[in-house]
Design a protein around this ligand. Structure first.
Ligand code: RET
Length: 239
């Protein structure tokens, strides 16, 4: 068995760990709708399984590139960004705009790995511009909209926002050392990316799962406070 196969199997198992907590939120009445959160680790687990069997990989400029990785990123990173903006209470246009900037970043990224030297740098530039646009959207309108949310939502939105904002900075760097300058060969890059991917997804869904209890408690607290208020106002005011 190739060492890289083991890495991708570990990646598959890692992603599988994210499925039960996100599945438990399906159909849950927590005020926010997380019915498709499972698709984030779910799609990734499937793509890692394909990579473990070396299905769908191609050779670009003498560099081994698994296409399932880019299918995974194209589908799941807009979900990561979209859910973050949604939890922050952002409007439809902001959510779609941020998810679109993210999708274009990945689409241009495919050009950056598929094409030969001079042109690949143009695509690297375009992809990086989209990454920048995404960060501006997250730290601008998304962050601002979180200010109007209840504390539990605001805290979670901020956590996810910084998680995406910081961790994802590693990806263009990895590209530079891998497909870009080819200083690190594809096996080493695959190990790093597997680690980053599992870290980007599994704690993300877990953070939401963990905070779900807050949402429920907030709702319960609000309704019991209301019931209390009604009880108080219905009660006679004189002792
Ligand atoms: C590429 C190409 C070079 C320029 C930039 C890139 C950014 C990639 C990112 C990927 C994030 C992936 C995640 C996966 C989770 O499983 C495509 C490497 C900017 C930010 C979070």
């Amino acid at each position: 068995m190739e060492p890289i196969t083991i890495v991708y199997i570990v990646g598959t198992i890692g992603m599988l760990i994210g499925i039960p907590p996100s599945l438990s939120l399906v159909g849950d009445e927590v005020g926010l709708d997380f019915d498709y959160l499972w698709a984030i680790p779910g799609i990734a687990a499937l793509m890692y399984l394909l990579m473990a069997f070396d299905i769908g990989s191609v050779q670009f400029q003498g560099y081994h590139v698994p296409l399932p990785r880019y299918i995974d990123w194209a589908l799941t990173t807009p979900l990561l960004v979209g859910y973050t903006a949604y939890i922050a209470g952002a409007g439809r246009t902001t959510i779609i705009g941020a998810a679109l900037a993210d999708f274009l970043m990945i689409a241009f990224g495919v050009g950056a790995v598929a094409l030969a030297p001079p042109v690949q740098w143009v695509f690297f530039g375009l992809s990086s511009l989209c990454h920048l646009a995404l960060l501006i959207a997250l730290y601008g309108p998304v962050r601002r909209s979180a200010l109007h949310e209840p504390p539990s939502h605001r805290r979670l939105a901020r956590l996810l926002l910084n998680y995406i904002g910081l961790l994802w900075l590693a990806y263009p760097l990895v590209w530079l050392f891998g497909p870009g300058l080819q200083l690190v060969e594809s096996t080493g890059i695959a190990v790093i990316i597997t680690y980053l991917d599992v870290t980007a997804k599994v704690p993300f869904v877990y953070f939401i799962y963990r905070a779900r209890k807050n949402f429920v408690n907030v709702k319960k607290a609000v309704s019991s406070a209301e019931a209390l208020e009604e009880g108080v106002s219905a009660a006679p005011t004189t002792p």
